[in-house]
Write a protein that binds this ligand. Sequence first.
Ligand code: MG
Length: 266
Amino acid sequence: MRIARFTTGEDPQFGVVTGDLDEHGELDPDASIVALAGDPLYVGMKPTDQSFRLADVRLLAPVLPRSKVVGIGRNYAAHAAEMGSDLPEEPLMFLKPNTSVVGPGDPVFYPRQSRNVHFEGELAVVVGRICRDVPVEKVADVVFGYTVGNDVTARDLQRSDVQFTRAKGFDSFCPLGPWVETDLDASDLRVRTFLNGDLKQDGTTKDLIFDVPTLVSYVSSVMTLLPGDVILTGTPEGVGPMEVGDEVDVVIDGIGTLNNKVVSRD
Ligand code: MG
């Protein structure tokens, strides 16, 4: 099931999106969205009798992380190699503030402090319930679903600061969407990133060094996870710079396409 958050100009609502995806991860134009009563993370799935054409609504970030977005660094061997980094022996965690989250179609603002802002297309795990110390074999019970993420990174600041907080924490540096897919086997999903239509990243979650159950279990052994928290699983090789005016599409098979444009801060 695809759970989206959307607005028709009024207060945001959650809804269930229907329709088939084409090979570009786009929905057919007749897709519709059935509004839900309240946030399904808190009140469960309660469909209303309100329905809209998807083309007539604006999609928003499908989840608002209650407390945090946890990023995972160097989780694909080929990406670690392109960064000149060794492979981590344990998952390498960092945090992005929830204020960095934006939705599909929202602008990514190019910060004045950076001269080298990169895209990082990634599978994003959405946590469904409060949990800690989750055993690997119980992780499926705490995962609400999956969405597409772009772990936007000011590469120059990441190198100069050493700590990742500024480089990955700017407002708009965590696009998520277009919706959360709740029925998905995440063990072998193709992850592609296109910059102005050119294919830049083409990986599969089969190549994750630490897979989704391992990551969720590991993160939950460090910090309590809350409903709506997000774990970004790492990016495949092929990261590169974005400039003002560029358009980025991250496509994950079985989920859909996340599209954002880079816009000047000024
Ligand atoms: Mg990343």
